[in-house]
Ligand binder design. Structure first.
Ligand SMILES: Nc1ncnc2c1ncn2[C@@H]1O[C@H](COP(=O)(O)OP(=O)(O)OP(=O)(O)O)[C@@H](O)[C@H]1O
Length: 401
């Protein structure tokens, strides 16, 4: 039986489904690109007449309750509708919340096709991890995955980074250099912080996306590239378009599959699971794990603000391990009683969120610079930010000329 797929590279016999007297059985035939139901990867699935539902983690096998026997249509519907595991994973990402699972579903769809993807989410929501997971779950998994931070370099260097240059293309170009698009040929290029792409490079990237060909700096000829593009931004790109900082045509080219990543505030129910994952990754001992997953501590973590999202949570847990203690979250809003925050509910959600982010960004970089006596390099290193990017933020908020 064939299941619908947008990707021509998906094997014809990708998933085998059998109707049986007691129900239906589905078995994935290939390791890659994988078989997904509700964003969850499955190897074997059985829907049968009377049994319990076992959400799995990782879910290699699943059984659920269905009136049997089933015909193939019913079995297919069962796969789509009856599977509601409590936990979902996509690559290294884990979640139980509906918001995150909806993102995983979109990621799974994106992985199965070749379309350009735009990941949108606040800083630290896991955009880079999501990009890698999409690459790994797709047909290009064994080909290169290249990351370019569009906010990290000035325009001329970024152009060379992306498209390469010929020897002598500019002062200092002592030899020919292959750019990221060429290097990623056959694979995926991840354009992080795409909202920071300098205006002069936007038409050049648009051309690459439209024609799938690049031209090295200093060269007269275009050459074809076969690269899948995943971009990410923490900015509201629609707003950037409205305000003339980002080209509308480029935005539409990038957002063929738009995937919003929810902030941690919007999915606090995922925090216990993420905490467990992070602690395991940090090599916590069983004692440490027990101490840092008590209901009381988890509730405190769930009530904190986490403007830096999963990254901030991870840093906090790392501190807890270093100091061998369930430290209270340090974010200014942590454990705050229901004190009203300065939000204007007459604005749209998007506008309100944008303003809050702008304020956060401004306050953060201002405080950061103050803490480090105005030394940008030192501040950038301490904040684990790229120096050029920090400069850009400081200029954007009028904190440095
Ligand atoms: N679901 C998750 N489970 C465990 N760790 C996670 C998860 N999501 C993100 N992280 C961790 O949070 C940190 C930030 O993740 P990532 O770099 O993917 O976020 P981002 O959205 O790309 O951030 P930025 O916009 O600042 O580049 C990383 O250290 C990553 O390991």
């Amino acid at each position: 039986m064939n299941l619908p797929s947008e990707e021509s590279a998906v094997p014809r016999f990708h998933c085998e489904m059998k109707s049986e007297q007691k129900g239906a059985r589905a078995r994935a035939q290939e390791e890659r690109p994988g078989t997904y139901v509700d964003g969850v990867r499955w190897r074997q699935f059985r829907a049968r007449a009377r049994s319990g539902s076992t959400g799995g983690h990782p879910p290699a096998r699943h059984e659920t309750v269905l009136p049997g026997p089933l015909n193939i249509d019913e079995a297919q519907r069962a796969l789509r509708m009856q599977v509601a595991p409590e936990q979902a994973t996509f690559g290294e990402l884990v979640a139980t919340s509906a918001a995150a699972r909806a993102s995983f579903e979109r990621m799974a769809c994106a992985a199965a096709c070749n379309a350009t993807v735009l990941l949108e989410g606040e800083t630290g929501t896991g955009k880079s991890r999501a990009a890698l997971a999409i690459h790994r779950a797709g047909a290009r998994a064994n080909a290169p995955f290249l990351v370019v931070d569009c906010g990290a370099l000035p325009a001329n260097l970024l152009e060379s980074e992306l498209f390469g240059h010929e020897k002598g293309a500019f002062t200092g170009a002592i030899q020919r250099r292959v750019g990221a698009f060429e290097e990623a040929d056959g694979g995926t290029i991840f354009l992080d912080e795409i909202g920071e792409l300098p205006a002069e490079l936007q038409p050049k990237l648009l051309r690459v996306l439209e024609n799938r060909e690049i031209r090295r700096l200093g060269s007269n000829t275009y050459q074809a590239v076969n690269v899948r593009v995943i971009a990410a931004t923490h900015r509201d790109l629609r707003r950037e378009v409205q305000e003339g900082r980002f080209r509308a045509d480029l935005f539409f080219r990038l957002a063929v599959v738009g995937i919003p990543l929810p902030s941690l505030r919007e999915r606090t129910e995922d925090i216990p699971l993420i905490v467990e994952r992070i602690l395991a990754g940090l090599g916590a001992t069983p004692e440490q794990l027990a101490k840092l997953t008590t209901p009381d501590f988890l509730t405190r973590l769930q009530r904190a603000a986490w403007p830096g999202n999963v990254r901030e949570l991870r840093n906090h847990l790392e501190r807890c391990l270093v100091f061998q203690s369930a430290l209270p979250p340090t974010s200014p809003d942590a454990l705050a009683p229901a004190a009203p925050r300065a939000v204007d509910a007459s604005l749209t959600y998007a506008e309100s969120r944008r303003r809050a982010l702008e304020t956060f960004e401004h306050d953060y970089v201002e405080a950061l610079l103050k803490l480090h006596g105005g030394k940008v390099s030192q501040a950038a290193a301490a904040a684990d930010m790229d120096r050029v990017y920090l400069y850009r933020l400081l200029r954007r908020h009028g904190l440095k000329s």
